[in-house]
Design a protein around this ligand. Structure first.
Ligand code: NAP
Length: 250
């Protein structure tokens, strides 16, 4: 008897959640394993067997791919989880495992958006004007890049408390992104925000703040996505399922 196909899904995004469910439904004969970094405590149930924690760099992942006879590696991590995506490309190439990437399209500016494109969060931190009141829509690991700017007021929103102390005069909001522009406008107005800094994550779930900034005519410092190694890439769950079918034996 041949072994079932084994799909390893690198998760950590909303799309990975949708994909895990679709894989379980559409490929019942395959073994599916989802993987989380384990950086947040509140992990969603993806409905498939799940492992948590790093693999130990590209070599650790390569060893896992071989030991667990992974047929296809699907990288559905966040567009800014560049280290994991680089490790996935390197490990898959060495182990000879097929690799697919799921990457939602980047946001694009529309009329009335006032965007300044940044190559990095560090660049955003350096170009913010003196005494700006900034809504920092960045990860909890990223705040430290802004705290040396003691002239800034920072409105920091994150799902779990930050690992490092924020400056006393900053405002911390422990919440997920609001889903309507009206709610985001209320937050921005209440805190008299003058600038927004965000990574170009794409997708709909964190987009309301972009519309809010447009409606308030606030400048957005939009940080470009990091460059990733070449990989066969789908931008929707449907597209990745189509690309996956021919790679499976069962
Ligand atoms: P990263 O910098 O690219 O990765 C750092 C290390 O974390 C990797 O080298 C790997 O450790 C481990 N890792 C990352 N994703 C993993 C996964 N799905 N399964 C197992 N190990 C994983 O990643 P990050 O930016 O810290 O993001 C961590 C997680 O949060 C990812 O799953 C990502 O999708 C999610 N996320 C990130 C962002 C963001 O803005 N960066 C936003 C939303 C969600 P080893 O080298 O030991 O294997």
């Amino acid at each position: 008897m041949t072994k079932p196909d084994h799909i390893l899904l690198l998760a950590g995004t909303f799309e990975a959640r949708l994909l895990a469910r679709a894989l379980a439904e559409q490929f019942p004969a395959a073994r599916v394993t989802a993987s989380f970094a384990g950086v947040v405590a509140d992990l969603p149930d993806l409905g498939v067997p799940t492992r948590v924690g790093g693999f130990g760099g590209p070599q650790g992942l390569e060893a896992y791919l071989r030991a667990e006879a992974v047929t296809v590696l699907i990288d559905a991590t966040h567009p800014f989880a560049a280290q994991m995506s680089r490790n996935a490309a390197a490990a898959a190439a060495v182990a000879g495992t097929a690799l697919l990437r799921l990457e939602r399209p980047a946001w694009r500016p529309v009329e009335d958006d006032i965007w300044q494109t940044m190559a990095s969060l560090e660049e955003a931190a350096s170009v913010l004007p003196a005494e700006a009141r900034v809504f920092l829509s960045v990860g909890r690991k990223d705040f430290g890049l802004f705290t040396h700017r003691s002239d800034l007021f920072g409105l920091a929103r994150m799902i779990e408390p930050p690992s490092a102390e924020l400056p006393d005069h900053w405002q911390l909001v422990l919440a997920r992104p609001a889903q309507t522009a009206d709610e985001e406008i209320a937050l921005l107005e209440r805190n008299r925000i003058t600038h927004l800094v965000t990574k170009n994550s794409g997708g709909t779930r964190a987009h309301a703040k972009i519309e809010a900034a447009r409606r308030l005519a606030l400048p957005v410092l939009m940080v470009d996505r990091p460059a990733l190694p070449e990989a066969e890439t789908a931008d929707t769950v449907e597209d990745i399922l189509k690309r996956l079918r021919p790679l499976l034996t069962g």
